[in-house]
Design a protein around this ligand. Sequence first.
Ligand code: FAD
Length: 379
Amino acid sequence: MTTSVLRKPETAESDDVSFVDRIAKLSRSELTPIASAIDDGTIYPEQALRNLGAAGAWSAHTDLRDTIAGIAAIGETCGATAFMAWCQNTLVWYIVNSPNAALKARFAKNASSGALLGGTGLSNPMKSFFGIEQLKLKGRKVDGGYLVRGALPWVSNLGPHHMFGTIFELEAGETSAGDKVMFLANCADPNVTLTPCKPFLAMDGTGTYAVQFRDAFIPDDQILAAPAMPFVKNIRAGFIMMQNGMALGLIRDCVAIMQGVRPSLEHVNCYIPQQPEDFSALLDGLEAETMELAATPYESSNSYWRRVIELRLRAGEVSVAAANAAMLHCGARGYLRSHRAQRRLREAYFVAIVTPATKQLRKMLADNAREHSGEQSRA
Ligand SMILES: Cc1cc2nc3c(=O)[nH]c(=O)nc-3n(C[C@H](O)[C@H](O)[C@H](O)COP(=O)(O)OP(=O)(O)OC[C@H]3O[C@@H](n4cnc5c(N)ncnc54)[C@H](O)[C@@H]3O)c2cc1C
């Protein structure tokens, strides 16, 4: 495992073991025995998420490179839990970056320790900002907060007492109609309903629900940012780059899978054009660029933003390619339900379809190139 760029964030546990090694060790001991049950959807690993929190996995936001390395370490064992790690880390990322001091005082400590679990409902807003669909949540101002209505089709890492960050649009007729507000939704609110989703191809143990808001009251100390858009611009690169952690862990394990069958199958696997060394090299490149970009997550230049999008696109594509190659290297043994190669393939597709999905990333790059064509030709 590459640990060169990693520093140790402050945690409850202080010892000489590096942060990432501690997370990796905990992931192996807690998640290896239950990874296929999480994959089947029979377990939502709440206790493991809380234990990872106690080990510092959700409190590494002073340096996003640590957060990403932690997600990657988890993803080496279980892609679904790496996704939940991303969800939890985005929740913390929103809170620690919020200008709302009352919100931070109420939620920062518990979210970063794992006492409060939750995630993010930004897929719909992220798609709406890039002209793919309309915002699904609407709100209106009332005394001391807002009333929110509407529904989101999928939000993960949820449960009866979890919270997540999302965005509503002020209804027509409001003084600042059209403005967007980012807030923390509370699943314990009786006017917020969670409905289990139909079974997925993978990720069934991720606590994913459709969420309906029926005039749910959102108090002012649950407002992450109003207006939302300057805040979104600030957190969006971090939001996307933390997803690369899911890819890095998954690709690393695909390389290990390919290497694992080499002793018995090298004589025939050598004819497969993609070898583990090819993916190791791609992994090193992805990791190095992720860590370079994650060192400055608030950078606002367009060239930086384009690099973030291009890298995220590559992370999804290499994930699918690596998992596909792992399947081909394993042959029939990887086709067994009990083998993790087929789980990796299903998890890899999720890296490529979770928002921003491959198709959205390509649209974002095309739109961006059009918008900045003048600048590029002047450069
Ligand atoms: C397992 C899983 C977990 C997810 N977790 C989260 C999360 O935590 N937070 C979050 O914000 N998003 C979550 N999503 C949504 C995800 O990030 C993507 O937005 C989603 O997969 C669709 O993206 P797309 O680019 O394919 O959308 P598009 O193809 O561009 O559009 C899809 C749109 O079509 C509609 N649609 C299509 N199929 C269905 C269906 N079966 N049921 C309902 N509506 C449908 C919806 O309006 C949806 O937004 C999750 C999705 C999955 C599969």
